[in-house]
Design a protein around this ligand. Structure first.
Ligand code: URA
Length: 204
């Protein structure tokens, strides 16, 4: 239900939506984060990429996918022949959720309520952009885009079409590659992510 802190549901442009999101109080995550990290990219993008939530570096920069996961993302899409500047890149959740540990801020997975609260913004981003395809990177993005839990490791490389007709391409989150300790295994996972991105390139 509407409360005084909720932004009005009347953005007339993506820019106005972005400004509204700066003051978002729809869940408690704004309290500890530096700023809202909204999506970035051209409004006429044909593909929207969706991650989980900003990390430590994104929280500080105010831009999505500029940290270690963003580096993997940039390298792999470039290898697949996808130009990042033509994409709209955003996250399911737009504030960094973390636990302080000494001087470090350790990423925490957003819960279902936080993902649901933030769908308000993602739905409207998609409404302005009207892409041909959305790419869900990881389970949180898939949950947000499809409104239900999806086994992304099993279903990666496939498309699920939403009731509104938007095709959702499923893949893993690039930070999954970074968490693999064993080098050969990490390399193999990176190759699988590259194969997925080559498929996305074909769909574009
Ligand atoms: N991981 C994400 O899901 N999104 C970012 O913007 C950065 C890291």
């Amino acid at each position: 239900s509407a409360s005084p802190e909720e932004p009005p549901d009347n953005a007339k442009s993506l820019g106005e939506l972005r400004r509204q999101a700066e003051g978002c109080r729809r869940c408690p995550l704004w309290q500890d984060a530096t700023q809202t990290v909204f999506g970035e990219g051209p409004e006429n993008a044909r593909i929207v990429f969706v991650g989980e939530q900003p990390g430590d570096q994104e929280d500080i920069a105010g831009k999505p996918f500029v940290g270690p996961a963003g580096k993997v993302f940039d390298e792999v899409i470039e290898e697949a022949g996808i130009e990042r500047q033509k994409l709209y890149v955003t996250n399911a959740v737009k504030h960094f959720k973390f636990e302080p540990r000494g001087k470090r801020r350790i990423h925490q997975k957003p819960n279902a309520g936080e993902v649901k609260a933030c769908r308000w913004w993602l739905d409207q981003e998609l409404g302005f952009i009207k892409p041909d395809l959305a790419v869900a990177m990881g389970a949180t993005a898939a949950q947000s885009l499809l409104g239900k839990a999806v086994p992304v490791t099993k279903m990666r490389g496939t498309i699920v079409t939403r009731d509104d007709g938007l095709p959702i391409f499923l893949t893993i989150h690039p930070s999954f590659i970074l968490r693999i300790r064993e080098a050969a295994e990490a390399q193999a996972e990176r190759e699988r992510f590259l194969a997925d991105m080559r498929q996305v390139k074909q769909l574009a």
